[in-house]
Design a protein around this ligand. Structure first.
Ligand SMILES: Cc1cc2nc3c(=O)[nH]c(=O)nc-3n(C[C@H](O)[C@H](O)[C@H](O)COP(=O)(O)O)c2cc1C
Length: 176
């Protein structure tokens, strides 16, 4: 069975992006979902000095090993001040030092969400441009605006958006 990592680019306890990534994973058939919570992989703020002094932390090695086993990724990014949330960027920086192709040329569904009207579109655009340089094979992307209006009790309640996401999931399933 194919292994799919679902990941919210945030360490918020009730991260809407983690909710969206995990939910998107449940729309897939016959896959094993590996739901990553970044809180389980605490890492110090990246610096070359720390890397030189101590090498990679157990958390970095553990997460890198999990990434290595994945057949695909569903990533939903939180937007902080028009960019990646620092917690995500920190983990990403550490991982990129272990393996530059963080995403291992695997298929990816790339999402973002925010409570506001743009749905994290700015960070999504950044990642759409940058992630392929780090080995992401982006099959589809979507930003979900007004999260709390459109996502209730663990699922997308806006039918049009649900259909749009399901179409992207189908394309993704063909690629994994
Ligand atoms: C420091 C900070 C900066 C933020 N900046 C933005 C922003 O630039 N654009 C945006 O749409 N939302 C912004 N927000 C609101 C986030 O979209 C909102 O907190 C969202 O829930 C973050 O996703 P998460 O729940 O997955 O952590 C910001 C929130 C914080 C705490």
């Amino acid at each position: 069975m194919k292994k799919i990592i679902t990941l919210g680019g945030s360490t918020s306890k009730n991260s809407i992006n983690k909710q969206l990534a995990d939910y998107t994973g449940t729309l897939m058939d016959n896959v094993e979902l590996i739901k990553i919570d970044l809180n389980d992989f605490g890492m110090p703020m990246y610096s070359i000095d720390l890397e030189n002094e101590n090498g990679f932390s157990d958390a970095t090695k553990k997460l890198n090993a999990v990434f290595k086993t994945a057949d695909g990724f569903v990533v939903s990014l939180a937007e902080h001040n028009g960019a990646y949330a620092s917690a995500f960027k920190n983990v990403y920086d550490w991982l990129s030092r272990m393996e530059a192709k963080v995403w291992r040329d695997k298929p990816m569904l790339l999402l973002s969400s925010s409570p506001g009207g743009r749905g994290g579109q700015t960070v999504l655009e950044i990642a759409l441009e940058k992630f392929p340089r780090m080995g992401a094979n982006i099959i589809g992307s979507m930003s979900l605006a007004s999260f709390y209006d459109n996502f209730k009790e663990g699922e997308l309640v806006n039918e049009d958006l649900k259909v749009a996401l399901e179409e992207k999931v189908k394309l993704f399933e063909k690629e994994i």
